[in-house]
Design a protein. Sequence first.
Length: 245
Amino acid sequence: MERLQKVIAHAGIVSRRKAEELIVQGKVKVNGKVVTELGVKVGPQDKIEVEGIPVEREEPVYYLLYKPRGVISSVKDDKGRKVVTDFFKDLDKRIYPIGRLDYDTSGLLLLTNDGEFANLLMHPRYEIEKVYIAKVKGIPAREQLKQLEKGIMLDDGITAPAKVKMLSLDKRKKTAVVEIRIHEGRNRQVRRMFEAIGCQVMKLKRERYAFLDLKGLHPGDYRELTPHEVKQLRALALSGNGIRK
């Protein structure tokens, strides 16, 4: 037996907090009866409706995908382009990405059917660290890298402090490879941060997400997260300690 709001959140319909609001507002039914108490628990056989729509309940699953470039971080695309769920053709569960990576960005992406888990990891308050490797046009000076570290003003506000490391540079080609660690998830954030200091990102890859990496995987490969990894991610988010050393 699980709390009703948790089951609704797991189904990916709304967050747990929003589910609680809907319950109190009388917009949730269990076995045909309106429920307004937050302490109600339900079992696998109970039929749940949210605003008249039946809730489909599945066993939660958690996957790590090495997303290739040229793939949309979505479950469908109106232009017919390849999407991340195309790599899970044999899976009989409805999964979706946690956050997104740009079309031209490769790297580590998590997918699940657990809405509560997804909302938890995507909430900016929980500061889950993401590590990116960027190949940029132009060789940023130390002062420019310090700008990124302190926070840089973008059109949607100043970024949180980042950790930045120059990995290599090619003076002849005037390019550099830079590692950057952030815990925000704004649209095209890393690309925009480098553009703000005058460096165009040529290639971008997400190497790590919290303690997870791409070891043993090639673009297009995926693996299921272990129960321990799922538990660790929850603990990191809830502790507010998603920033690793």
